[in-house]
Design a protein around this ligand. Structure first.
Ligand code: ADP
Length: 267
């Protein structure tokens, strides 16, 4: 942005050509940030409005025709419960995201055992996996795997990835969690632990891969909603991994499956 203003009369700046003050400011980054904030608010409003509209519609129906029809009433109450749960998940994910973003510059200092973290995440998802007939498999390095980290946030990372593997991996499939020690990880410039969460599900077309960690980005919005997704899971994963000075790599092939790889500095 270039702003030009006539020079105040009382200000003699020795300008040979009549005197105007030119201020040059680069506001591109500021405008980008502002546009992103506006998009985010619009997305959140839309995401909240969808379940709210459904809830209001069903309340109306319950007041009217369905009042004396117990079977319809039960069905509608079931749908209302699901919609309320969706809003609850969305608000929970929004809070997680804002907390993680606020802490992103503070690198965690506590020593955490990654094996215990993975065990916790797998236990949390075990009932969902069982309901959907998906096998959760743990392979590679076991025993104590020390990293510096926030145990709750790291658990959330792997729980999100495992949950996605279950949701998009197809029923009767498997989610394989493999840990490998890397003696020298070039980007992290030191020893690292590599955790791969892989499924053999629907996979993702490569055109989507670069945008997958954006907030509310979904390959198939209908499918994500149907699976109870908020579209924030991978955005949360990205921020937590970045806070831990780690790396996230997504490798997927449409129709074959996906591999989400997290690399964390090892102790
Ligand atoms: P959601 O709540 O929609 O699952 P995420 O941020 O976790 O949101 O994931 C974003 C999108 O990435 C999903 O909507 C889905 O389209 C795609 N995705 C994530 N994980 C997988 C996977 N394991 N297999 C196929 N697609 C996936």
């Amino acid at each position: 942005v270039v702003t030009t203003a006539p020079l105040p009369a009382d200000q003699d700046m020795n300008l040979p050509y009549g005197g105007a003050m030119v201020t040059i400011e680069d506001v591109t980054a500021l405008e980008d940030a502002e546009a992103m904030r506006r998009d985010f608010v619009a997305n959140v409003s839309h995401e909240l409005r969808t379940p709210l509209t459904a809830l209001m519609g069903f309340i109306e129906t319950l007041r009217g025709n369905a009042r004396d029809d117990p079977a319809a009433r039960d069905r509608f109450l079931g749908i209302m419960e699901r919609e309320a749960a969706r809003m609850n998940r969305l608000v929970g994910d929004l809070l997680s995201l804002s907390r993680v973003e606020a802490e992103e510059r503070r690198v965690p200092t506590t020593e955490v055992d990654l094996s215990a973290v993975l065990k916790g995440a797998m236990q949390t998802l075990a009932p969902t996996a069982e309901t959907r007939g998906v096998a959760l498999l743990r392979e590679g390095e076991t025993g104590r795997l020390p990293v510096r980290g926030d145990p709750d946030q790291l658990t959330q990372v792997f729980a999100n990835l495992i949950e996605n593997g279950i949701k998009y991996g197809g029923s009767g499939g498997e989610v394989r969690i493999t840990v490998t020690r890397v003696a020298h990880e070039p980007v992290l410039r030191g020893p690292a632990l590599r955790v791969e969460v892989a499924d053999k599900g629907e996979g993702i077309d490569e055109i989507h891969l670069p945008r997958l960690t954006e907030r509310f980005y979904r390959v198939d919005t209908h499918r994500s909603r149907e699976q109870g997704g908020t579209g924030l899971g991978l955005a949360i994963v990205k921020h937590i991994v970045s806070r831990h000075r780690g790396r996230l790599k997504i490798d997927s092939r449409k129709g074959e499956g996906s591999r989400f790889v997290i690399v964390l500095p090892a102790l």
